[in-house]
Design a protein around this ligand. Structure first.
Ligand code: S3P
Length: 191
């Protein structure tokens, strides 16, 4: 089966990337920043969690509670399949979407992967404002965050093509950085 490397080779060989895929841990700003990037580039904004909620008619919390994480991951993968052929999208992904290599492969075909990061303290402060994240239901604390992050960081590092640290800049500033990256990529592709 074709892997992520082969897909990237093909993309380099001439397929111009049409989507911007925001990956990264919970609380790094994927959704809020993604909306702004989409507005700035006149792209369509989609959020995989929101699509899962619409497809199942359940909130992410309800889905985890009623059917468990495995079902959530399969709904998430179905959403990715639906998005795979589309273009001119800014896609905010759920923090665990990149754990499934098939999701990565499908989205890399047309998408540039931008990793958003934030200091763990900042993540904790941001996620503490909401109760929408079942993986943090047992404890919104540094220990839970660090332990999840430890399992995830190698995936983020492996798939990221660009990284923006959102810890100490505004949503608009993060969005501008992403738009700049995309512009530079397009210029390079045209030269
Ligand atoms: C998850 C992150 C959430 C959501 C779900 C699982 C994860 O999305 O997909 O609660 O595994 O990290 P955000 O990253 O948008 O919070």
């Amino acid at each position: 089966m074709e892997g992520v490397d082969e897909v990237l080779e093909k993309r380099k060989a001439g397929v111009i990337m049409q989507n911007i895929v925001l990956i990264g841990f919970m609380g790094t700003g994927k959704t809020a920043i993604g909306r702004i990037v989409a507005r700035m580039l006149n792209y369509h904004f989609v959020d995989t969690d929101q699509m899962v909620e619409e497809a199942t008619n359940l909130t992410i919390n309800q889905l985890f509670r009623k059917h468990g994480e495995i079902r959530f991951r399969s709904e998430e993968a179905l959403v990715v399949k639906k998005l795979a052929g589309r273009e001119r999208l800014v896609i905010a992904t759920g923090g665990g979407l990149v754990l499934n290599p098939e999701n990565v492969k499908l989205l890399k075909q047309k998408g540039i992967f931008v990793l958003l990061t934030a200091d763990p303290k900042v993540v904790l402060e941001r996620v503490s404002r909401k109760n929408t994240r079942p993986l943090l239901a047992k404890g919104k604390n540094m220990e839970t965050i660090m332990s999840l992050f430890k399992d995830r960081s190698r995936f983020y590092a492996e798939y990221a093509e660009f990284t923006v640290d959102t810890s100490h800049i505004s949503l608009e500033e993060s969005a501008e950085k992403i738009v700049q990256i995309v512009k530079e990529q397009k210029e390079q592709a045209n030269n």
